[in-house]
Design a protein around this ligand. Structure first.
Ligand SMILES: Nc1ncnc2c1ncn2[C@@H]1O[C@H](COP(=O)(O)OP(=O)(O)O)[C@@H](O)[C@H]1O
Ligand SMILES: [Mg+2]
Length: 253
């Protein structure tokens, strides 16, 4: 089982869009895939037409009262299941802090591990913050993919994440940035793509262009390739999945 996460300290940069599209590509190749929507805004759950069941509050599943298996829902797609987010996920950190004090330091990993029996790929869609939850995700994920809009400020937040990794003795090599919402008519975007800064040397090669069709995922409530396979952005996501696979030991033997 490989565990990957889409993370950025910033919101609105394409984490959820990427998580949902990559999940579709993995599942479409026959890889049993589970996406866990960890953002209380629940955008991935909404895009995959999934609602939480009752008893999905963090207090219940983090303490083991609700078994994780009970929270899994199927989607409209073969090989793709989801643990939808509940609005109560906004309280996850409070519960993690309580359990931290009791000596339970990585509950998220403990909860995910048993899924190895049924899934080959776990995709975590993260909220945009540094928190106890994201620290546990940093510790749990084999690889983290960081969508970056080509601007100086976005690079700065990526650098902050890398520094956090170094300070906490986490391997920054597990962080893979990739460009999203690229608009080649913009000078800065073109310059950054042509001369990527050194800190992106471990990044994924395929940039995701800015394209209005991506917004239509919300009209269809579906991953992009489920209703559009031929646009440049859809092809870019297909290529990005190939890039991601190359970083994952399990699918790259
Ligand atoms: N490549 C793209 N081109 C155009 N719009 C995009 C692209 N990627 C994402 N979006 C749009 O940007 C908004 C934020 O994307 P989202 O994936 O929800 O970001 P995040 O999860 O980082 O908050 C959404 O409305 C989404 O449809
Ligand atoms: Mg999101």
């Amino acid at each position: 089982m490989e565990i990957i996460a889409f993370f950025n300290l910033k919101g609105g940069v394409g984490k959820t869009t990427s998580a949902v599209n990559i999940a579709w590509h993995a599942a479409n190749e026959g890889i049993p895939t589970l996406i866990w929507d960890l953002d209380p805004q629940g955008a991935a759950s909404w895009l995959l037409k999934s609602k939480t069941k009752s008893k999905a509050e963090p207090k219940r599943f983090l303490s083991g009262k609700t078994p994780m298996g009970k929270l899994v829902k199927s989607t409209d797609y073969d090989n793709l299941d989801i643990i939808p987010a509940d609005f109560s996920y906004r309280h996850i950190d409070q519960q993690l802090a309580i359990q931290n004090e009791q000596g339970q330091h990585n509950i998220i990993r403990t909860l995910i591990e048993p899924f190895g029996e049924n899934y080959a790929l776990i995709i975590l869609d993260c909220p945009p913050s540094f928190s106890l939850l994201t620290e546990q995700i940093f510790d749990t994920a084999d690889s983290l993919f960081v969508p970056i809009i080509p601007t100086h400020l976005s690079l700065r937040t990526f650098e902050q994440t890398r520094n956090f990794f170094k300070e906490h003795k986490l391997k920054p090599k597990r962080l893979h940035a990739f460009f999203t919402m690229v608009d080649r008519r913009r000078n800065l975007h073109r310059i950054m793509l042509e001369h990527p800064p050194a800190m992106l040397k471990n990044g994924l090669p395929t940039p995701i262009p800015y394209a209005a069709v991506v917004e239509r995922m919300g009209d269809h409530r579906a991953p992009l390739p489920a209703f559009d396979k031929h646009s440049a952005v859809s092809k870019a996501y297909s290529q990005l999945w190939q890039d991601i696979k190359e970083t994952l030991a399990e699918f790259n033997r």
